[in-house]
Ligand binder design. Structure first.
Ligand code: MOS
Length: 756
């Protein structure tokens, strides 16, 4: 029953027990496809009221007036919450005591600092009444001119980028490397602001019971989110219960509670009834984070033999006027290519926007598209095949840190991906291939990399006298399949079949599973689960080995193996006993254990840990109309142990499709006069649909990493984006001879004559 699917015969995996490595379908799949999975906004506690958010239509200034009387007079409206009557907070929403704390607008004053900022909340018996009354507020503003775009004001060097990374880093002498180079490339790439656009909008259902608070809210970080709410509300964290069993995507934007969610809690407090607040799609373009636009300049020096002599990667990014998040775009040049000199630097400008945030592969997604385009350009300048050029300049140790890689199967990714794609047949020059319709055909590639991160997590394990097990940790399933992958790890850790293991997750009253972010959730919570299982098995073994009536009596140092609901003597598998027998003889209904996980600081200090991959793309370009279609993509990825090849492959598909989206579709367009986003909807903010993605293959390249963690797990959520956008852009060059410099690539960019 562990192999209910026989699909994907070439699955490379390392068997841990009988569950890890199996391509199981999602445990929650049936619930989801039958509509029985309860998402946060599906909850309707008795007496519920509906809140509608009123948001600013200006980018900067103050709210001069709101017609609260008109809104309150609307039938079925219960209350209007404004700065005048918003319940008090225990903490300043503009306080920032750690980099994971983002400032929010909680009606603390009449100031407007970006378009789409919350300015009032209308609470009514129906959503329709709340929505209508929010319009009746008819805000009047004192507006100041909007500051828009990367050239809006003074630029400065941020104190740090991403989370605490230095804004500048280097090794060697870049200027000397450039001066000594036989060839030099200098080019600038622009990427647009992008919004997370998870299918499920941010929302909250909040119900107070005295000083206890019950919340349904999609969360990628339950315990951290609970702590943030507890601080703002002045409650002990234990008084707050957050449920988040299913998320309709997050992509980084649900890592922290956002302002409107806190306003939902305050609205429920104000009216003394449960309140539901769901953002409209348009309202997600403001207080929920986004990816900053970037302008990146790469200078690359290449020796006569094609070896890099220098890489200089400079990125300009934007942040809000009131908070700090700086997209670490240039940091993507730290790890991939060896060069005697590398320098990365960032500068930033403050504009009238909601604060940018982590968005799928923050830094790597934006940075790698520029780096991979520039590397492609460098290869072509040397007359070298882009794959041969990458292999020549492949880093054996991480260039800037000087650390060896804990494992690196990138050569295998290049080889397997190239073979599957048929890369060896690629003509060196551009505009050499046409399809049967006369469309220009081009092949491009990109290298993928993303750090293998681990955070801290805990789990609790139970074995019961009926032979079943229970594993608990407050893990988050954004759609990636966490319910399933963690149950697989749990089952192996308990020596049971997955069908015998109950797995509980998605609730803040469970042990802290850390955050589902940075592609680190499987490694982090998975290791806590693994350790909790080992702990409960050790306790069970102790019970058996110390009892004369057990066949395991005295196994002692030889130890036992847990498998199929039994403990076996390691030195004599003929002697074994079932969990049920051990527990019933001891008169126990169950036995409990616990485990935790964190990155190993010694290993982290010693090794550079990354997932890797190589992505190959084919595009077809209409020579007259400039329309671009991706016709084929092959990615080969190595990310340590594969817990579930079906889910992992699906993550890679998602990353590759996001890469296509980055290269060809996504862009938030800001009106320069108003500062408002003009396409704040899924009709005009383009993402690929099925017709845009004809054939995508993801190969799982086997990799054993003995250092990253005991299970050898690296992350798979974000690495797939990083090579893919560059691969598409490079394929466009190969088809047309035109080097894309701004993203998404536009038809008009391809209607000029190709560069000589
Ligand atoms: Mo991600 S941007 O770490 O959810």
């Amino acid at each position: 029953m562990t192999s209910d699917i026989s699909y994907l015969p070439e699955v490379p995996h390392v068997r841990h027990g009988s569950n890890i490595g199996q391509p199981l379908t999602r445990r929650d799949g049936e619930l989801k496809v039958t509509g029985r999975a309860t998402y946060a906004a599906d909850n309707h506690p008795a007496g519920i009221l509906y809140a509608a958010l009123a948001v600013s239509s200006i980018a900067r200034g103050r709210v001069a007036s709101l017609d609260v009387a008109a809104a309150k007079a609307h039938p079925r409206v219960v209350e209007v919450m404004t700065p005048a009557n918003r319940p008090p907070l225990a903490d300043d929403p503009d306080a920032k005591t750690n980099p994971f704390m983002f400032r929010m607008e909680l009606l603390q004053n009449d100031q407007v600092r970006y378009p789409g900022q919350s300015i009032a909340v209308v609470i009514a018996e129906t959503l329709e009444a709340a929505t209508e009354a929010a319009v009746l507020l008819a805000p009047r503003y004192e507006a100041l001119p909007a500051r828009v775009g990367l050239d809006a004001g003074e630029s400065f060097t941020p104190t740090s980028v991403g989370v605490g990374n230095p804004a500048t880093a280097h090794h060697g002498d870049v200027e000397a490397g450039l001066a000594a180079a036989a060839r030099r490339i200098e080019s600038t790439y622009e990427t647009p602001a992008q919004y997370h656009n998870a299918m499920e909008p941010h929302c909250i259902v909040a119900a107070w019971d005295g000083d206890r608070l019950s919340i349904d809210m999609p969360s990628q970080g339950l315990i951290m989110g609970r702590a943030r709410l507890a601080g703002l509300l002045g409650l002990p964290p234990g008084n707050i219960h957050i449920r988040s069993p299913f998320l309709g995507g997050g992509f980084g934007s649900k890592g922290f509670p956002i302002g409107p969610q806190v306003l939902g809690v305050l609205a429920a407090k104000l009216v003394g009834r449960p309140v539901k607040l769901v953002l409209t799609r348009e309202q997600m373009y403001g207080p929920a984070g986004h990816r900053s636009a970037t302008r990146q300049t790469l200078r690359i020096g290449i020796a006569a033999d094609g070896a890099l002599t220098a890489i200089d990667h400079h990125a300009k990014v934007a942040s809000s006027t009131f908070d700090d998040f700086f997209e670490p775009a240039a940091d993507s040049s730290h790890t991939l290519y060896a060069s005697p000199a590398i320098a990365t630097s960032h500068e930033a400008v403050r504009i009238d926007t909601g604060t940018p945030l982590f968005m799928r592969a923050p830094g790597e997604a934006t940075g790698s598209i520029a780096l991979e385009s520039a590397i492609d350009e460098a290869a072509i300048a040397c007359g070298m095949d882009p794959l041969a050029f990458r292999l020549k300049n492949y880093a054996e140790v991480e260039p800037i840190s000087g650390k060896p890689f804990s494992s690196k199967a990138l050569r295998e990714c290049y080889a397997q991906g190239a073979e599957r794609f048929g890369w060896s047949k690629r003509p060196l020059a551009a505009r050499q291939m046409r399809d049967e319709n006369g469309f220009l055909v081009g092949w491009g590639m990109g290298t993928a990399t993303f750090p293998a991160l681990m955070f801290a997590a805990e789990a609790r394990a139970v074995l019961r006298s009926d032979g079943t097990g229970l594993m608990e940790t407050g893990a988050h399933d954004m759609g990636q399949g966490a319910w399933t992958a963690f149950a697989q790890i749990a089952a192996d850790s308990l020596g049971l079949d997955i069908g015998e293991v109950e797995f509980r997750a998605g609730s803040s009253d469970l042990p802290d599973a850390g955050i589902a972010g940075g592609s680190g959730h499987t490694a982090t919570a998975g290791m806590a689960i693994h350790n909790a299982g080992a702990d409960v098995i050790a306790r069970l073994a102790e019970l058996a080995m110390s009892n004369e009536r057990s066949p395991l009596f005295g196994a002692g140092n030889a130890g036992v193996i847990a498998r199929g609901g039994r403990l076996f003597r390691r030195d004599d598998e003929g002697r074994s006993e079932s969990y049920a027998d051990i527990l019933s003889r001891a008169g126990l209904a169950q036995i409990e254990g616990s485990g935790n996980a964190a990155a190993d600081p010694v290993a982290q200090e010693t090794y550079a840990m990354h997932a890797h991959g190589a992505v190959f793309a084919e595009v077809k370009v209409d020579p007259d109309l400039g329309q671009i279609r991706v016709s084929r993509m092959v990615g080969a990825f190595a990310a340590g142990r594969v817990i579930n090849p079906r889910l992992v492959r699906s993550q890679y598909y998602g990353g590759m499709i996001w890469g296509v989206s980055f290269a060809l579709h996504e862009e938030a367009i800001t009106d320069r006069r108003s500062g408002r986003i003009m396409n704040a909807n899924l009709g005009e903010y383009h993402v690929p649909v099925n017709a845009d993605i004809p054939s995508v293959e993801a190969l799982l390249v086997e990799e054993h990493d003995p250092y990253v963690n005991a299970l050898g797990i690296k992350g798979v959520g974000e690495v797939g984006i990083t090579g893919s956008a560059g691969a598409v852009a490079n394929a466009v060059w190969h088809a047309t001879g035109i080097r894309p410099r701004r993203f998404p690539i536009r038809i008009e960019d391809l209607l000029t004559s190709p560069a000589a």
